[in-house]
Design a protein. Sequence first.
Length: 212
Amino acid sequence: MRRRGLHALQPKDFTPRTTDSTHGLRCAPNRLLDQPKPTQANHVWVSDITYLPLANGDWAYLCAYQDVVSKQVVGWHVMSTMPEELVTKALQRAFWAQPPAPGLLVHSDRGGQYCGNAYRRLLHNYQAVRSQSRRGDCYDNAQAESLWSRLKTEMLELREWPVFADLADAQTSVADYFDYYNHERLHSSIDYQTPYHAHQQFLQISALNCPA
């Protein structure tokens, strides 16, 4: 390799830290603790950020929002960094795709992106309520963490390191995976339906239960 001028691509010796709870911003309480398990779509969404390895040794960052009941991923966004814009763009896409009724609960960990002014203003504009995990309790956002486990098992481990050629490749691949996840992947927790089909059924039930 040296004679031919070739250099091996080596992964970085660390993985990015996607949650920094030492930002000093005010966090919301975990409002899921006081709630019965939801039974209707678009009543509770969960969110988190994860990292994706790129060929040049850098990372891309993915934020997604998932409906707790139907398991449908309602919005996501991929960027080369993880500012507040990462979570607000993903949330805005979710609101456009699934306009919520007032009182939607949006739960996340205690990362600073979920405490910023733009994020809180976006929630306020749609009359949604912010909820965040308790300090040091990773189980408070277990469903969002489970989504990353499935994504990395079903998509990342099937590809050769460093997985994504560049940011555009990561964005396209994530979009393709979530299209499969929502419309083709069956889930035992929703009676072996796809998240999209389950979401539509829950929305119909909600409409039938609304008073005239």
